[in-house]
Design a protein around this ligand. Structure first.
Ligand code: 4NP
Length: 154
């Protein structure tokens, strides 16, 4: 079973949504994945996801309410097969934090999506539409990543 860690900045908007969406889509396809999420920053450690993200996700059938924010930990670089960064800054931060003998593959999540957009924009300071756009991108990324895993194991 592959172990996947989604990483954004605060771990209250984008990566919790990615965790919830990927869990649901993997279950739909019968793919067994272990999924968590974390932030590179510590401001929201212990908090549930942002209310606006929980509401937008719930309208699409994703329940994020049990998640609590945590910060990326050194052990994560050994315990996960993939760290999927939500934007380029998260990706760069992870590469800088990564120990040289790390075992996980640190990738930009949307590089697995079919479209050309590479970054999941931070919706925190914007309006409701920003959360919907993030969920659209995450749904595409999740389908693309599951296609990738299926091709790899074929
Ligand atoms: P996220 O969004 O990285 O998608 O969870 C953010 C949430 C909060 C903050 C930054 C980004 N913040 O600075 O508090």
């Amino acid at each position: 079973m592959k172990r996947i860690l989604f990483v954004c900045l605060g771990n209250i908007c984008r990566s919790p949504a990615a965790e919830g969406v990927m869990r649901a889509k993997a279950r739909e396809r019968g793919v067994d994945l272990y999924i968590e999420s974390a932030g590179t920053g510590a401001w929201h450690v212990g908090d549930p996801p942002d209310e606006r993200m929980m509401k937008s996700a719930a309208r699409r059938g994703y329940d994020l309410s049990h998640q609590r924010a945590r910060k990326v930990a050194p052990a994560d670089f050994y315990e996960f097969d993939f760290m999927l960064a939500m934007d380029l800054a998260n990706h760069t931060d992870l590469l800088e934090l990564a120990p040289p003998n790390r075992e996980c593959d640190i990738r930009l999540f949307l590089d697995f999506a079919a479209g050309d957009i590479r970054e999941t924009p931070d919706p925190y300071y914007g309006g409701v539409q920003g959360f919907e756009d993030v969920l659209d991108l995450i749904e595409e990324g999740a389908e693309g990543f599951l296609d990738y895993l299926e091709d790899e194991s074929a």
